[in-house]
Design a protein around this ligand. Sequence first.
Ligand code: COA
Length: 345
Amino acid sequence: MVSPKNTGTLVAPEGAKHARILGVGGYRPERVVTNEEVCEFIDSSDQWIRERSGIITRRIANEQETVTFMAEAAARNAIENSGLELAQIDALLVATVTHPFQTPAAAPLIATNLGLNGIPAFDISAACAGYCYGISLANDMVRSGSARNVLVIGVEKLSDFTDKHDRGTAFIFADGAGAAIVGPSDTPGIGPTVWGSDGEQWATIQQRESWLDVRRSWTQESAQERTWPSIGMAGQSVFRWAVWGMAPVAQKALEAAGITADDLDAFIPHQANMRIIDAMIKQLKLPADIPVARDIAEQGNTSAASIPLATERMLREGEAPHGGLALQIGFGAGLAYAAQVVVLP
Ligand SMILES: CC(C)(COP(=O)(O)OP(=O)(O)OC[C@H]1O[C@@H](n2cnc3c(N)ncnc32)[C@H](O)[C@@H]1OP(=O)(O)O)[C@@H](O)C(=O)NCCC(=O)NCCS
């Protein structure tokens, strides 16, 4: 029999009582791509794309606008808007599924590029839910004492993993980066997160081939059989899941925060598809005067970047008030989802 040497004398970390978002920022690639340009590669039309997705244009990154480049730009913008000094950031979470390296994560490199070499930094792979997962983790880190100010970045270069000949995805996916700083607060600034995942629908939005399949294909004789692992999507299944499954999650997040839809100053859902946004508004019975993020029309679906980009825009354009309450919900591949009410910076 062995007995422990020491029991019950550890120092436990102590954090802030509450946390809130101190600032948000964004980076939009320079190049604007129209529906006509997308239709050069798929049998579709500007009218069909507008009607079925609400997308009019999207931003597509050039070669220099990499995941790490866009993330750094969005982060600098968020830090500036937060009023903090760079050196006050002591942890970095990067939500992305398009950093083109299996390992290492994008986060340590982004931290170093920002001049924050040494801080804890890691990636979150939760696709379109990644930013809301990150906000939840950052909230817990600040309140538990494992960090004081956490930089959360949502960044995607989906154009690298989209098949421009695929009618089901080519017009939807786009590129960009958004960021938020989460830090201590005297009052609650981030409500309880309602989150989850459904692995039974794992294949609904999926990288088409595993890296092992890709390696196998590259040993084929014929160049035609070589594959590139673009992201495929069962559009109708995702649509149904989002419309019927996500409004109840958003409703639960409101209830968990102790507010009703009438108390909201903004609704900022993942910018997946304008029809999904409209269906959620209806199901949530959202009062007509509450501003709703519709950044997708000009930005396309940027997965983990969509919510912080839309938030940054609503604040910058005066559509949502600083200090107001916003309901945000991210959902996508996994399938994974997360929703929470936040006080806008
Ligand atoms: C992708 C999406 C817009 C497709 O719309 P849809 O109405 O479900 O389209 P369907 O696949 O049922 O196809 C309907 C018709 O449009 C056609 N179609 C499909 N893609 C098309 C395109 N890009 N352009 C023109 N026609 C298209 C189909 O061939 C079909 O024609 P048919 O009726 O003659 O057979 C829709 O499913 C969607 O938005 N899904 C959710 C996607 C999403 O938001 N993903 C992000 C989650 S993070």
